[in-house]
Design a protein around this ligand. Structure first.
Ligand code: KE4
Length: 424
């Protein structure tokens, strides 16, 4: 078996940057990316056989832990009936009915193949429904890589330290207005200077792509009110929060009802699935019911739906999973915060439920500007220290740590011991 370094040497010759998604290249943390051979429970193993306690969890989907038997066995059984038909299936009706029956603000839903596709489609729908062109996003929020969303985006764009992306036409970015996260006045100002032109406000209800940044009290409620006032749609991008912060996502946790919601990650159980849903009167504008076009060869793929449905049913039918995730998050992130406090380290921790980030900045980190002030070199040193000791963290200051149901208290205490060693 080749080493990660050998694989990376080969990879860069045939894949741009050696990876199929930029953050995996470890560029901001200054070390060779680990090529993963297998995963089970809370662990991943690289091609050299090194085991890591995994806090990436495929960036969110593996909420039950890797290789969960409930999901795996359902997929293995489904494969015997064929991989893909390009035709309607009963399973698509069942998972759509299940989500519409169990998530109050989802009256209809359309499956796609990624979070990017979900956001791109939801925004086209908002524009088609309202007849307006402009959308508001927030600096530091990441909504996938569709052209109009690559404006002051978070995640890999923020990690790369670039404002957006080459190749995005000015005409496309012009209709994307950027506000400051947790700053309702910056949103109100955009509505006032663009009267009757804003189709939607899209927000990560808990930001997790500039590191984790929580909504200030009243922020989400304020967005709801501003959208109602202006006749714009409120879109919650719950690709990370959905089915994680509660079964009903951030909308449930914060009791704010979006008009549309986008999903990814957990809804696919590890397979490529995204989705968008919400008000039926809006969703019925989607083709073939209405004039807003969107399509996908593998949308609703039977294997992907099997994985996603198995995971969602497990999460819905066993609410104790959410109790475990809350307790584990408090133990880990509360433990990190105490370690930092005891040592007066120039760092801070933001967390909610089973996601959180340690910022190498004095804090508080409440928006893009304060997140950007983080010492990314210090984060890189911390990342490499933890990796060498067998802990796989997200390879960027501007990402989140993800805890799964497979992480026990012992796993978390081992993690805290390693962090304590780093800080000593
Ligand atoms: P995908 O197209 O990667 O499935 O989803 C895009 C997306 C949309 N909205 C939010 C809130 C997201 O966090 C994402 C993707 N998240 C990143 C991690 N921060 C995916 C990891 C990667 O880009 O490799």
């Amino acid at each position: 078996m080749p080493t990660s370094a050998e694989l990376m040497e080969r990879a860069v010759k045939v894949i741009p940057g050696g990876v199929n998604s930029p953050v995996r290249a470890f560029q901001s943390v200054g070390c060779t990316p680990r090529f993963i051979a297998r995963a089970d429970g809370p662990y991943v193993w690289d091609v050299e056989g090194n085991r890591y306690l995994d806090y990436i969890g495929s960036w969110g989907p593996m909420i039950l832990g890797h290789n969960d038997p409930v999901v795996r066995e359902a997929v293995q059984e489904a494969c015997g009936r064929g991989m893909s038909f390009g035709a309607a299936t009963e399973l698509e009706v069942q998972i759509a009915e299940f989500i519409c029956d169990t998530v109050p603000h989802v009256e209809m839903i359309r499956m796609v193949n990624s979070g990017t596709e979900a956001v791109m489609s939801a925004l086209r729908l908002a524009r088609g429904f309202t007849g307006r062109d402009k959308v508001v996003k927030f600096a530091g929020n990441y909504h996938g890589h569709s052209d109009c969303m690559l404006v002051e985006a978070g995640s890999g764009v923020m990690t790369a330290g670039v404002p957006g992306s080459a190749g995005v036409p000015e005409g496309c970015a012009r209709d994307t207005l950027t506000a400051a996260y947790n700053d309702l006045e910056s949103v109100r100002a955009l509505f006032e200077s663009n009267p009757g032109q804003i189709a939607a406000v899209i927000v990560e209800p808990v930001a997790a792509n500039m590191g984790v940044v929580l909504p200030a009290p009243g922020f989400l409620e304020g967005l709801r009110a501003l959208c109602d006032e202006a006749g714009a749609l409120l879109v919650f991008d719950e690709v990370i929060c959905g089915f994680r912060l509660a079964y009903g996502g951030a909308a449930e946790r914060f009791s704010v009802r979006p008009d549309l919601v986008t999903y990814g990650k957990i809804i696919g159980g590890g397979m490529p699935v995204g989705a968008f849903g919400g008000r039926a009167d809006v969703m019925n504008h989607m083709a073939p019911a209405g004039p807003v076009y969107q399509a996908g060869t593998l949308s609703g793929n039977p294997i992907a739906m099997t994985a996603g449905f198995a995971q969602l049913r497990e999460l819905h039918d066993h609410p104790e999973h959410y109790e475990r995730l809350e307790a584990a998050g408090e133990r880990l992130f509360g433990g990190i915060a105490k370690l930092l406090e005891d040592r007066s380290a120039p760092c801070c921790v933001n967390h909610i439920g089973s996601i959180g980030s340690t910022f190498f900045a004095p804090g508080p980190v409440t928006d893009y500007a304060s997140a950007k002030a983080s010492d990314t070199d210090a984060f890189a040193r911390y990342f490499r220290f933890m990796l060498d000791r067998g802990f796989s963290l997200a390879p960027s200051q501007f990402e989140a740590m993800f805890i799964s149901c497979a992480h026990t208290d012992e796993h978390i205490d081992e993690t805290l011991a390693a962090i304590a060693e780093y800080l000593s």
